[in-house]
Design a protein. Structure first.
Length: 404
């Protein structure tokens, strides 16, 4: 089975799993753990030009859980900034890693001055880095928080400077704080990037309501987790359509299914960050085996057999079929009369008859599917509408409107 892929033009990897830039990749011993877990490459924790970003406060991690009834969400809320190393120490870690490890070592930098955007990538190349990832997207960077309108100009300028400084592959990391990531990917390509990396963490803020102040260090923080998957996938397929560059995507990868979804939407490689903190480095091996098992079951011999396949099937607004074709039905043998569907049905189609199972008035059911997802005993399923049946909530399709 061929899992080979491109991180960037000129840098081929044996498989798509990469350890993203974070505390999990900062020094040789952590990079060694990534290799032992089966990663194909590591992106080192970012070297910042700003000295204040080289020292993290404590505590700097919170795993926030939100529970609302049966629903639960996990957010990894962090104020982890750049590497604690200075440029010379950082490059020494590159040298040691290249001598000790077989996997690819990718440097990462975030700068303020033009001089550093040129110097840091050049130093990393001289130290033996296989590629450079430009961190143009840190949630704490002043150019993001102070003047988002100037972001495109900043990204193009920094990318061009770094491109002129090095000959090894160069990737540009994207922030989720932009109105058009596909347009930004094209800009990065024109500026000389060899790959794009969507996305970094989201900037955010949480409040301690007893102290009436921000959590932890007292300011904004980055946050990520499984909830971010859908934002990333929503843009990923569009970025794939907009550029010919390899895409190394990041965000929301929590299990094998998430990895596969990234690939189906156009990713060439997939970076892991939050999941390594919460589940440990060993999750990479399980994901890779899950990918192989899925490919075998599907009959795929290589990643290129299916990469981007789902993205090419995304329908536009006018293509979506809007005829109601299904209606909810309750299995009376499974129903416990808990009343969940009665409470949540937006049309009041679920009726509590007080004795026995809940019933659904088919004519009032819109087929929305909410009750199916929320039923705690899976007693509800969607079934096809009978021939000739016209429910009360039928919505005409776009083609019905055109035909009058």
């Amino acid at each position: 089975m061929d899992l080979r892929c491109l991180y960037a033009r000129g840098l081929e990897l044996p498989h798509p799993l990469i350890a993203a830039s974070a505390g999990t990749t900062e020094v040789l011993e952590k990079m060694r753990r990534c290799e032992e877990a089966g990663m194909s490459a590591v992106v080192m924790k970012t070297l910042f030009e700003e000295p204040a970003a080289r020292k993290d406060p404590a505590p700097m991690f919170r795993t926030l859980q939100r529970r609302i009834g049966p629903a639960r969400g996990t957010t990894f809320y962090t104020y982890e900034q750049g590497s604690h190393l200075d440029p010379q120490q950082f490059c020494e870690e590159i040298r040691k890693a290249r001598e000790a490890l077989d996997i690819k070592v990718i440097g990462s930098c975030a700068c303020v001055s033009d001089e550093a955007w040129s110097e840091y990538p050049r130093l990393m190349e001289q130290a033996g880095a296989d590629a450079i990832e430009l961190n143009l997207s840190c949630p704490y960077s002043a150019h993001l928080t102070d003047n988002l309108a100037a972001l495109p100009e900043f990204i193009e300028h920094a990318t061009r400077i770094a491109r002129e400084a090095v000959s090894i592959p160069l990737a540009a990391k994207m922030t989720p704080q932009m109105s058009s990531p596909p347009q930004m990917a094209r800009l990065m390509e024109r500026a000389g990037a060899d790959a794009v990396v969507p996305f970094s963490r989201f900037p955010g803020l949480d409040i301690d309501i007893e102290a009436e102040a921000p959590l932890m260090h007292g300011g904004m923080a980055g946050h990520g987790g499984p909830w971010s998957l859908y934002y990333v996938l929503g843009w990923l397929w569009q970025i794939d359509q907009a550029t010919d560059l390899p895409i190394s995507s990041s965000g929301g990868v929590w299990q094998t299914d998430d990895l596969i979804k990234h690939l189906l939407c156009g990713a060439d490689t997939v970076q892991l960050c939050t999941v390594l903190y919460i589940q440990g480095y060993q999750v990479a091996a399980a994901m890779l085996q899950g990918l192989r098992d899925w490919m075998e079951a599907k009959g795929y011999a290589s990643l290129e057999d299916f990469r981007g396949k789902a993205g090419g099937r995304v329908l536009g607004m006018r293509q979506v079929e809007r005829r109601q074709t299904v209606v909810a039905a309750i299995d009376p043998e499974r129903c416990t009369s808990c009343g969940t569907c009665v409470r949540v049905c937006p049309h009041g189609a679920a009726k509590d008859v007080h004795e026995g199972p809940v019933s659904i008035v088919a004519e009032e059911c819109s087929g929305c599917g909410l009750c199916v997802d929320l039923c705690p005993v899976t007693a509800i399923a969607m079934q096809p509408l009978p021939d000739g049946y016209r429910p009360r909530h039928r919505i005409a399709s776009y083609y019905d409107v055109l035909s009058g």
